[in-house]
Write a protein of this length. Structure first.
Length: 195
């Protein structure tokens, strides 16, 4: 089984999201792999806005790029994940607001991935640890996967030593590709250089 880095990446006409409602949890909390459901505000208070620096970028795709590094998906991608047996994600609903701050879609979610896996072979991989949090990798030059440490049922997960990064397995990758969903890229985890 191969594992893949997944990142939002869409055509140049795609909406790029920046500002978030002040009532939402702080951005860093979405990158920790901790439950946010209990303190998540009502969806009317969870708005993310198109970036004003890209006024022509208004198209919506299955996954959307954003300044905060959230994994933002529409209901089609949510259904693909669920159909592939992914059960470790809190789907936190958001409303997207266009450049005029009018609601453009109520069909998107922030994926708060709760599963954490020791995917990095810490002896063989080449990386730099964060100076702010010495338990976390800040920069990867060459990733070596520790296949022995990955549970068989791990299909979407965070790297325990790089919580901001989400990985998927072959089955989820195939399900996304077969669906024709746009707005993402995948890179093989083995040999990944952090980009």
């Amino acid at each position: 089984m191969k594992y893949w880095v997944i990142k939002p990446s869409a055509p140049s006409d795609a909406a790029y999201l920046s500002d978030v409602s002040s009532s939402m949890p702080e951005a860093y909390k979405f990158r920790k792999g901790i439950s946010l459901l209990d303190n998540y505000p009502s969806v009317e208070d969870c708005k993310i806005y198109y970036d004003p620096q890209y006024p022509e970028a208004t198209q919506l795709y299955g996954l959307l790029e954003n300044i905060n590094g959230f994994l933002i998906v529409n209901s089609e991608v949510k259904a693909i994940f669920e159909g592939a047996g992914v059960d470790c994600i809190e789907y936190l609903p958001i409303w997207l607001c266009d450049h005029k701050h009018e609601v453009s879609s109520k069909n998107y979610f922030i994926c708060n991935v709760l599963s954490k896996v020791d995917i990095f072979d810490m002896k063989e991989s080449e990386y730099d640890m964060s100076s702010l949090d010495e338990s976390q990798i800040d920069d990867v030059d060459n990733m070596v996967v520790d296949y022995e440490a990955i549970p068989e049922d791990a299909n979407v997960f965070r790297a325990s030593k790089m919580l901001a990064q989400i990985f998927i397995n072959d089955d989820v990758k195939q399900a996304l590709e077969n669906s024709g969903v746009e707005g993402f890229v995948v890179k093989e985890a083995e040999g990944w250089n952090g980009l």
